[in-house]
Design a protein around this ligand. Structure first.
Ligand code: TYD
Length: 207
């Protein structure tokens, strides 16, 4: 009897880092590389990724709100994104490549906004107790360098308008997450020349 062929399970890859670290370029290259392997790839982002979550993104980036509201809206957007895009894609064997996920919440709301990791962990346990990225590329960059890069780009949103001390805390939050889970995280030196960064991402990518 021929064994039933089981579709390869999907993989969940996330890209993280402070604003201005340059992750978006390398995310796009990663998606192209995976598609060249013949895989189905879903490219998405947080907050966002579904119609509802994209509307919440608009509010999160531009409307004034309390810290707790911000935190809850991040997870509300994530719940919708998981229900309607991420989980179905992984279930059918697709690879999901996501610009930011819950590590961003630990870094920005937990560390940057100083809400602490515990409250983030409680919401994570509610929204996705069973799911973690298979691999996370963390683009590490000194906040002063990131700010200089951002200054050449577009107008700042509510997060990008924060000061260096905020981004130092965000960076600290990320490094703590990365050091606690070295199997999942690939730390990329985002200060390196773009080709060096590109090679580091390509080499680190899951087979
Ligand atoms: P991003 O898509 O990287 O912004 P841009 O399109 O301007 O490059 O991320 C949007 C912002 O949302 C970013 O400043 C980080 C913030 N953010 C949080 O604070 N917490 C979160 O959980 C997520 C997913 C994003």
């Amino acid at each position: 009897m021929t064994p039933t062929k089981i579709a390869a399970p999907g993989r969940f890859i996330t890209f993280e880092g402070i604003d201005g670290a340059g992750k978006s370029t390398h995310l796009a290259a990663t998606v192209a590389r995976l598609r060249a392997r013949g895989l189905e790839v879903v490219e998405t982002r947080e907050p966002g990724g579904t119609a509802l979550a994209e509307r919440l993104r608009g509010l999160l980036l531009h409307e004034a709100m309390s810290l707790q509201t911000e935190l809850l809206l991040m997870f509300a957007a994530r719940q919708d994104h998981l229900d309607h895009l991420i989980r179905p894609a992984l279930a059918r064997g697709a690879w999901v490549v996501c610009d930011r996920f819950t590590d961003s919440t630990y870094a920005y709301q937990g560390a940057g906004r100083q809400m602490g990791a515990e409250v983030v962990a409680r919401l994570e346990a509610l929204v996705h107790p069973d799911l973690q990225p298979d691999q996370t590329f963390y683009f590490d960059l000194p906040p002063a360098l990131a700010a200089a890069r951002r200054a050449q780009a577009r107008a700042a949103d509510r997060f990008e308008a924060e000061d260096l001390a905020f981004f130092e805390r965000v960076r600290g939050g990320y490094l703590q997450r990365a050091q606690a889970d070295p199997r999942r995280f690939v730390i990329i030196d985002a200060a390196a020349p773009i080709e060096v960064v590109a090679t580091a991402v390509a080499t680190g990518l899951l087979p």
